[in-house]
Design a protein around this ligand. Sequence first.
Ligand code: ATP
Length: 364
Amino acid sequence: MIHKSEICNILEDYDTTAITIATIGSHTALQILKGARDEQLKNLVICKKGTEEVYRQFAVADELLVVENYKEVLEKEFQEELIERNAVLIPHGSFVEYLSPVRIENELRVPIFGNRTVLEWESDRTKEREWMEHANLRYLRVFKTPADIDRLVIVKFPGAKGGKNYFLASNPDEFKTKIGRPELRLKLNENDAAEFTIQEYVIGTRFYPHYFYSPLKDRVELLSMDIRYESNIDGIARVSHILQDIPTHSQPEPSFVVTGNLPVVVRESLLPRILEMGQRIVEASDQLFSPGLIGPFCIETVCTEDLEFIAFEISARIVAGTNLYINGSPYSQLLYDEPMSTGRRIAVEIKEAIKADSLDSIIY
Ligand code: ATP
């Protein structure tokens, strides 16, 4: 892991009157770039050849850097170019996936908005679980071995792949059959529990609240909320009455591939609990990996019929569901009374940190 002092040394040579918000062209880049522009900060986008047109079309970037492969960002010369432009990188889901959490932590010397230590806490499911337990969130049951499966479970694989290849099982035999599917290319090895996680599948309604923690204001803000639209599970729900009459072996296997995002607001009486969860996650992060979580994050939850929120995952960076709210959400409108997306909120925090001469407190 690159030491924070090394990043701070680089930051010391930055011209803070010419900070450039930079990110990789995918995921939430349009929103991040627009947010920087709305706050009169310079911005740039790094695009893979063939994807530039999107950023030209929407014209929200001051500069486009085109690469053949995103891994080029990690090359010394490329990093030097970014540093010369006083770049602050904004991580998002694709950014972390393309560059890899380990390589970001160990090789990326360009200052990143937020605390890069968080990457190892969100990408390792054991650590993520420790974090949620420390925060006293109602976390769901995790089964150590397939032999223990005694209820409906969801089986997950490492890395944020948007639910790709996850499957459901209700008993050890069903698990064995499904894990053997050729597309998984995994050999069932009961000692190698790290290959997959077996979580209790919670039935309820999903809410993915989008928070922002500002260290400058020491405040957790609820900016917006979404529900992921997932194929084919959300399609199956529309024909469930027809599927009931089909023999089990012919029924489609549910999958959880994210295809879009739906806006949602929660019953107002549930808001205290949502705010409390965000607050606790931030406090726990400070205790576990000080200075903890900085900036945007999302807790993936299911709300049960007893109106209890059960958390199943944390995304410790901007999530794609925030793209619904480039012009703000009902919640951000109440907080700011102007169009405040998560992307713009990041730019506001950076601007305020520059003003307070404390950029080093929100960057690592
Ligand atoms: P990302 O990192 O992008 O959030 P991921 O690959 O880690 O994606 P998850 O978000 O953990 O995947 O899960 C994908 C989807 O599967 C969820 O959006 C949700 O619909 C469903 N899901 C996951 N875990 C559970 C659970 N324990 N109970 C009910 N549904 C779940």
